[in-house]
Design a protein around this ligand. Structure first.
Ligand code: ASP
Ligand code: MG
Length: 464
């Protein structure tokens, strides 16, 4: 089998964990599989890099240097525990030269007091570029021929939308095959940095936070892999956030569509675009626990498992509701367009929308951090007040979504959901159903989120 295996930050955090991850790769290689490894930065390193870049911009270079030193020491210490001799010398010198480059980048930000999205991507890229040589070293120590590569070296080419770049799939397929297939043929295991790629000018880009999952599926699609294994430190995708519902269970099978809906509605399991590259090629994804190998995890594939109509209940908090109303809106289609144009032009992402059939009201959900901006934009757009009378907001809200392909065409799911919520004493502020019928979503006050999720989880017997 040809398998792309991705290891998240928690599985790269220190020598013991990297060794555990490397042994999972080795196990498959010994069985005769071809493995392409994708790694994340060690836990928290990406957050640290972002924070250091912001700090450098504000002029705190002294502190930043100390923090870089800490990152360097941790990576060097990990290297010394993982390998010895020539491999160690190589790995140490890679780490040192990356740290040198990182210091230069941060110094540049400090001197210019300027941090562009392009520089931010370059700075973020050091997390994965520092972790990949460690995984490579651990594999080489096990007698496996391995090389470490950046996403760009591996052939992933994106647009230049820094911070959230999208792969140019046609080009990427050609390039990835060109770079990686000869390695596999020669019995060499590529260790590719997740999350980072490059644009067609060779400038480093990133695929958005949590992007290593996406890297794995991009490579799998390009290489026609048989499967993608996303190794995590949990048993799989769960029926609800276990912090909200302790009885939440691992879901054995999910369809591509179900996973996309879940990722969109706040289940922080996968990068939201993870399934898109493999969907057409029907390459299955397995989520597996690196510390609990015997657990089957979650299998993501094309066909849904129809034994349960609702698979999961997810929740997003830190959102706000904005209501735009006024009799002047009735029958004036341009008002709706103006609302969304104005928000889009100011980079406010609308998470959920509903419009009453009287057309006198539009409600929408935005991130709480966008609320102030959104209100300002809307008030400015409709400043003459002739069409829109009121714009008001509910700052502390949560969106809850129930997801499952088996809901399509089924009667009574909405009724059951809202009965459960009502019985929990929760008032629903807003409702929307996607026309795909794979989800029903609604908004409640943030303080009612946990109660609502628990009630729905129970009503649909997701704990069974
Ligand atoms: N290191 C990146 C992040 O923390 C990418 C990833 O972990 O998937 O967002
Ligand atoms: Mg990470």
């Amino acid at each position: 089998m040809r398998i792309v295996m991705k290891f998240g930050g928690a599985l790269m955090d220190g020598a013991e964990r990297i060794n555990n991850s490397a042994s999972l790769v080795a196990e498959s290689i010994i069985k005769g599989d071809e493995v392409i490894v994708v790694v994340s930065a060690m836990s928290n390193v990406t957050d640290e890099l972002i924070d250091m870049a912001e700090s450098a911009k504000l002029g705190n270079m002294e502190k930043v240097r100390e923090r870089v030193k800490k990152i360097e020491e941790y990576h060097l210490e990990t290297a010394r525990k993982l390998c010895s001799g020539e491999v160690l010398t190589e790995t140490e010198s890679k780490i040192k030269s990356l740290i040198e480059m990182l210091t230069q980048c941060l110094t540049g930000v400090f001197l210019l007091r300027e941090l562009t999205p392009r520089s931010m991507d370059l700075i973020q890229s050091f997390g994965e570029r520092l972790s990949a040589p460690l995984m490579r070293a651990a594999l080489v120590e096990r007698g496996i021929k391995a090389v470490d590569l950046t996403g760009g070296d591996a052939g992933i080419i994106t647009d230049s939308n820094y911070g959230n770049a999208k792969p140019l799939m046609n080009l990427t397929e050609i390039m990835v095959r060109d770079r990686i297939l000869p390695m596999l043929k020669a019995g060499v295991t590529p260790v590719v940095t997740g999350f980072i790629a490059q644009d067609s000018n060779g400038v480093i880009t990133t695929l958005g936070r949590g992007g290593s999952d996406f890297t794995a599926t991009i490579l799998a699609a390009a290489l026609d892999a048989d499967e993608v294994w996303l190794w995590k430190d949990v048993d799989g995708i769960m029926s609800a956030d276990p912090k909200l519902v302790p009885e939440a269970k691992t879901i054995p099978i999910l369809s591509y569509n179900e996973v996309m809906e879940m990722a969109y509605f706040g289940a922080k399991v996968l990068h939201p675009l993870t399934v898109s590259p493999v969907q057409n090629k029907r390459i299955p994804i397995r989520i597996r626990n690196a510390f609990n190998k015997s657990h089957p995890g979650t299998l993501i594939k094309e066909k849904p498992d129809m034994t349960k109509k609702v698979k999961a209940v997810t929740a997003i908090n830190n959102v706000s509701i904005i209501n735009v109303g006024g009799a002047g809106m009735i029958g004036v289609p341009s008002v709706v367009a103006r609302v969304f144009d104005a928000l889009a032009a100011n980079n406010v992402n609308v998470i959920m929308i509903s419009q009453s059939s009287s057309q006198a009201d539009i409600s929408m959900v935005v991130k709480k951090s966008d609320l102030e901006k959104a209100l300002k934009v809307l008030k400015l757009e409709f400043r003459n007040g002739e069409m829109i009378r009121d714009i008001y907001s509910i700052p502390n809200a949560a969106v809850i979504a129930i997801v499952g392909e088996g809901m399509r065409g089924m009667k009574g799911i909405a009724a059951k959901t809202f009965t459960a919520v009502a019985e929990a004493g929760v008032n629903i502020l807003m409702i929307a159903q996607g026309s795909s019928e794979f989800n029903i979503s609604f908004a409640v006050l943030e303080e009612d989120m946990k109660k609502s999720v628990e009630a729905i989880h129970k009503a649909f017997e997701l704990d069974k």
